[in-house]
Design a protein around this ligand. Structure first.
Ligand SMILES: NC(=O)c1ccc[n+]([C@@H]2O[C@H](COP(=O)([O-])OP(=O)(O)OC[C@H]3O[C@@H](n4cnc5c(N)ncnc54)[C@H](OP(=O)(O)O)[C@@H]3O)[C@@H](O)[C@H]2O)c1
Length: 304
């Protein structure tokens, strides 16, 4: 059965840019009632104003469990129910594993993983208590990554958070089977958003000199795939179908995938070393210090 997007209540974290923002625009155009969350409140309010001011903005840092709980409470207080929660907030770090501290990993996990589990933990009791609509009591969409199924060089800590998100979502999907709550994971490949600019700035590495941060797919493509999965819940969404097949290779031939990734890393590092360091002044990066000219060059992968 197809769910009607019109009047559906959808809570979206990480709604201030990229995939989250594109999703807000698409769902708003289809008549959904949205609760949009992120830390940059001015951004949220500007997006809401562009869409006619009909949605609810909630300043939320998902790395703080009490803020996740508050977000869900405010959504239920405002609209009486939550049809879909989209756990999309997240960021990346570009750093070889041997240079990644435990604190780096904990910080990433707090936002990417615990932000997902805390929002879900607060939303599930509300969904269980509500009447089904379009055949479902509710749905949780977890924006993971294609890299959830394969760790990537220089993104090891980040890809670990994406694998962990997938793992908890798979567990929840079986635990909640038969309750009327659907769990969907989303697996984008490199997408043109602020993600890499923020990660580059936060990591203090040089930006790639040619291709890389432009992205292999648009945030609109990912958002369109998410909207389809909200209408008709399914376990996994792979907006770039070819990469889903590539992931099968990681299960059957990990040595081959190691070689491909190592060669790609070697070529990117050489290219970055050959190029002059370009001044890099991102306007919208989340946080972080100025880029260091001496830092290791990033080897941006298509699977982030
Ligand atoms: N871009 C890619 O290539 C790619 C590929 C695969 C998966 N993904 C995943 O897609 C999701 C969205 O990323 P994007 O590509 O759209 O990147 P983006 O443009 O950088 O957006 C990230 C969003 O997350 C929010 N965010 C970050 N930390 C937060 C926190 N502690 N609390 C609340 N919100 C937080 C940011 O808002 P504020 O800064 O305003 O809080 C922003 O709205 C992420 O989970 C990412 O891992 C991205």
């Amino acid at each position: 059965m197809r769910r009607r997007i019109e009047d559906m209540v959808v809570v979206i974290t990480g709604a201030s840019s990229g995939i989250g923002r594109s999703l807000v625009e698409r769902l708003s155009a289809r008549g959904a009632k949205l609760v949009i969350a992120a830390r940059r409140m001015k951004r949220l309010e500007a997006i809401n104003a562009e869409l006619g001011g009909k949605h609810v903005c909630v300043r939320t840092d998902v790395s703080e469990p009490e803020e996740c709980g508050r977000l869900i409470r405010e959504a239920v207080e405002k609209f009486g129910r939550i049809d879909t929660l989209v756990c999309n907030a997240g960021y990346g770090l570009i750093r070889p594993m041997t240079e990644t501290s435990g604190e780096d990993i904990l910080r990433l996990m707090r936002t990417n993983l615990i932000g997902t589990t805390e929002c879900s933990r607060a939303a599930v009791p509300e969904m269980l208590a509500q009447q089904p609509r379009g055949g479902w009591k509710g749905q949780i969409v977890v924006v993971s990554s294609a890299a959830a199924r394969r760790g990537l060089p220089d993104f090891g800590a980040y890809t670990a958070t994406k694998a962990a998100q997938l793992s908890v979502a798979e567990a929840m999907r079986v635990e909640l089977r038969g309750t009327g709550i659907a769990i969907t994971t989303v697996h984008p490949v490199t997408t043109a958003t602020e993600f890499f600019r923020a990660a580059i700035r936060l990591s203090g590495v040089r930006p790639p000199q040619r291709r890389g941060i432009e992205g292999f797919q648009s945030s609109e493509t990912v958002a369109a795939a998410i909207v389809r999965s909200i209408e008709q819940p399914r376990p996994e969404v792979w907006p770039h179908h070819r990469y889903r097949l590539l992931m099968a290779l990681t299960a059957f031939a990990p040595r081959v995938v190691d070689l491909i990734l190592a060669e790609r890393r070697r070529r990117r590092s050489r290219r970055a070393n050959d190029s002059p360091v370009a001044p890099y002044l991102p306007q919208d990066a989340m946080t972080g210090e100025a880029c260091s000219a001496n830092a290791v060059p990033p080897t941006v992968s298509p699977l982030s």
